[in-house]
Design a protein around this ligand. Structure first.
Ligand SMILES: [Zn+2]
Length: 228
C-alpha cells in the first residue's frame, strides 16, 4: 500500500513540476543567482536545468502541438480520432522536442558551465531557458510557413486544397468560380426563399447563412469580372 501511495504522490509531483516548469526554470535560478551570487547551489541548478529541461520542454511541446486540435474539436462539437497514426505522430513530436531541446541546451549551456559572476550567470540561465524551450518557440514560425504553403493551393472561398493549377486568377476553384458567376445581383427567387426561411420556418441562423452566402458570392463575382 505504501509503495502505491508513494508512486501516486511521485506522479502528482512530476506532473506539477512539468506543468509549472516554464515558470520554475526561469524564476528559481534567477532568484538564486540574485540572492546567493557565487553559491554552490548555482552549479547544481545548472546541472538540474540540463537534465530536467528537455523533459519539461517535451511535455509542453506535445501540449502545444496537440492542444489546437483538441480545442477545435471541442469548439465544433466533434472529437479527435486517436488511431495508430495519431500515436506515431505524438511519439515523433516528443522525440523531436526532446532532441532539439537537449541539443540546443548543450550547445548554448556547455561552454560557460562553471559558476561565474552574477550578470554572467543570469545571462546563462536566460539563454538556457530559450535553448531548452526552443522547439516551442519554433512552432509559430513553422505553423505560419505551413499556412503560407497551403494558402497558395487552396481555394480562397471554400478553402479546399485543389492545387495551384486548378485555381482561377482570383484564387477560386472551378465550382466556386462557376457558383460566383451564376449568382445574380437581384434574384427574386432567392430573396423569396430567404424570406420564407426567416419568417415561415423561423430559422434566423439559416436565413442569415443564406444571405451571407449570397453576399460572399457577389463579392467574388465582382472580383472575377473585374479581371476579365
Ligand atoms: Zn472553392
Amino acid at each position: 500500500m505504501d509503495t502505491i501511495l508513494r508512486f501516486i504522490w511521485r506522479s502528482i509531483l512530476t506532473f506539477l513540476f512539468l506543468l509549472f516548469a516554464p515558470a520554475i526554470l526561469l524564476i528559481v535560478p534567477l532568484l538564486v543567482v540574485h540572492y546567493l551570487p557565487g553559491d554552490d547551489a548555482i552549479g547544481l541548478l545548472k546541472v538540474l536545468i540540463c537534465v530536467f529541461g528537455p523533459f519539461a520542454c517535451t511535455f509542453w511541446f506535445l501540449l502545444s502541438c496537440e492542444f489546437p486540435k483538441f480545442y477545435a474539436a471541442a469548439r465544433d462539437g466533434g472529437h479527435v480520432t486517436t488511431g495508430v497514426g495519431f500515436h506515431l505522430k505524438a511519439i515523433g513530436e516528443m522525440v523531436f522536442g526532446f532532441v532539439v531541446s537537449a541539443a540546443s541546451s548543450l550547445y548554448v549551456g556547455a561552454p560557460r558551465f562553471n559558476v561565474a559572476s552574477t550578470e554572467s550567470d543570469s545571462l546563462w540561465f536566460i539563454e538556457m531557458y530559450f535553448a531548452v524551450f526552443s522547439p516551442i518557440f519554433l512552432l509559430p514560425g513553422w505553423r505560419m510557413l505551413k499556412r503560407i504553403c497551403a494558402g497558395r493551393q487552396a481555394c480562397r472561398w471554400c478553402r479546399e486544397a485543389v492545387g495551384a493549377v486548378n485555381l482561377d486568377k482570383v484564387g477560386l476553384c472551378s465550382p466556386c468560380h462557376d457558383a460566383a458567376l451564376e449568382e445574380k445581383e437581384t434574384d427574386e427567387e432567392q430573396e423569396m426563399w430567404i424570406h420564407k426561411v426567416k419568417f415561415e420556418l423561423h430559422d434566423k441562423a439559416w436565413a442569415s447563412d443564406l444571405r451571407r452566402g449570397r453576399r460572399e458570392a457577389l463579392k467574388w463575382k465582382r472580383r472575377v469580372l473585374s479581371l476579365h
